[in-house]
Ligand binder design. Structure first.
Ligand SMILES: NC(=O)c1ccc[n+]([C@@H]2O[C@H](COP(=O)([O-])OP(=O)(O)OC[C@H]3O[C@@H](n4cnc5c(N)ncnc54)[C@H](OP(=O)(O)O)[C@@H]3O)[C@@H](O)[C@H]2O)c1
Length: 298
């Protein structure tokens, strides 16, 4: 596949509320640090963001809590892209916070406004296009009503255009939708995902809710990134298409349904072009089924 000529358009579009986005987006989490944990090169991170937009990406996922010792994802987005293109949709996340030393904390419903305003200041905007309520893992069986209700009030006040959920399950989605419209669910998901997660991914589509997988490339490596040894099933499909394993993983998610939106994260300009080019990769039904088999996540 030739990354030079393929743009995000090749994946088509989806509408988040009233905002049209290309289904091939970008995640900003990897912009702030190098693989060895040190702060990223600022010029390189800015170049990656500008290249993403030049390649047609108009859906960027970020968060105020994406920062390293010297870099803030929101500051990089602002510096690279403001004044923002009119069609750019910036999604952020609240509920987790990190203090100046990087220590995590969790906001009360009343503290969500401060987190939204922190994002507004850093991004240099008067409203956020999309805010995901990012649940703590411990909230699997807990109600999100108080927190989501507080975000719905910020939406009514005009600080936020649209709301989503992250790290959520079907009960959270039902609870939130009874309070205010939910335009997306952002969850970890990728090849070999358990059947339960696939059922939820499909249920989102049936309700008109976008499903935005993260760790689609990293898989079981999660925050640490893609494992050094790629699964043989992915390698075989990649060889058949002259594509990279990362491209196969991204294409697989996009092909699951029109409501799937990709947000691959990278701080590497070559990886960015490669990932965007996956927008044009089409897998066969047999390849789709082979990569769907639950039980392996390598
Ligand atoms: N809601 C949440 O709780 C949550 C959690 C995690 C992430 N997110 C969001 O989702 C986005 C995607 O998740 P992610 O960035 O963690 O994981 P990802 O997109 O699955 O994978 C990123 C990892 O894969 C590497 N990579 C990217 N493109 C590659 C390529 N073409 N070839 C080889 N390696 C490649 C990156 O390293 P290089 O930089 O070297 O390319 C990085 O280590 C994040 O950026 C963030 O915006 C949300």
């Amino acid at each position: 596949m030739n990354p030079e000529t393929i743009t995000a358009d090749a994946a088509g579009t989806w509408t988040l509320g009233d905002l049209s986005v290309r289904r091939m987006g970008f995640g900003a989490m990897r912009l702030t640090s190098r693989a060895d944990g040190g702060p990223s090169d600022r010029d390189r991170a800015i170049a990656v963001l500008r290249a993403a937009v030049e390649l047609g990406v108009n859906h960027i996922d970020t968060a105020a809590f994406y920062f390293s010792s010297l870099r803030s994802a929101n500051e990089l987005v602002n510096s690279a892209l403001a004044p923002y293109p009119e069609d750019l949709v910036i999604a952020s996340k609240v509920w987790p916070g990190r203090d100046t030393a990087g220590t995590w904390w969790w906001a009360s419903p009343e503290q969500l406004r401060g987190q939204v305003e922190e994002n507004l200041r850093q991004l240099g905007r008067d409203h956020l296009d999309l805010v995901n309520l990012r649940l703590p893992r411990s909230a699997v069986t807990e109600s999100v009503a108080d927190h989501f209700g507080a975000l719905a009030e910020l939406r009514d006040a005009g600080l936020v255009r649209h709301l989503g959920l992250s790290n959520a399950g079907s009960r959270h989605l039902a609870e939130a939708r009874a309070i205010a419209p939910v335009v997306c669910v952002q969850n970890p998901y990728g090849v070999g995902a358990p059947a339960k997660e696939t059922a939820f991914m499909r249920a989102c589509g049936e309700q008109g809710v976008a499903f935005v997988p993260f760790f689609a490339i990293a898989g079981a490596g999660r925050e640490a990134g893609a494992p050094a040894a790629e699964a043989e099933e992915v390698l075989a499909v990649a060889r058949a298409h002259g594509a990279s394993p990362a491209q196969v993983r991204l294409a697989w998610t996009l092909q699951l349904g029109p409501h799937l939106l990709a947000i691959p994260g990278t701080g590497d300009p070559a990886h960015l072009a490669e990932n965007v080019a996956a927008a044009a990769l089409r897998l066969t039904d047999e390849e789709m089924a082979r990569l769907a088999s639950p039980g392996w996540t390598g």
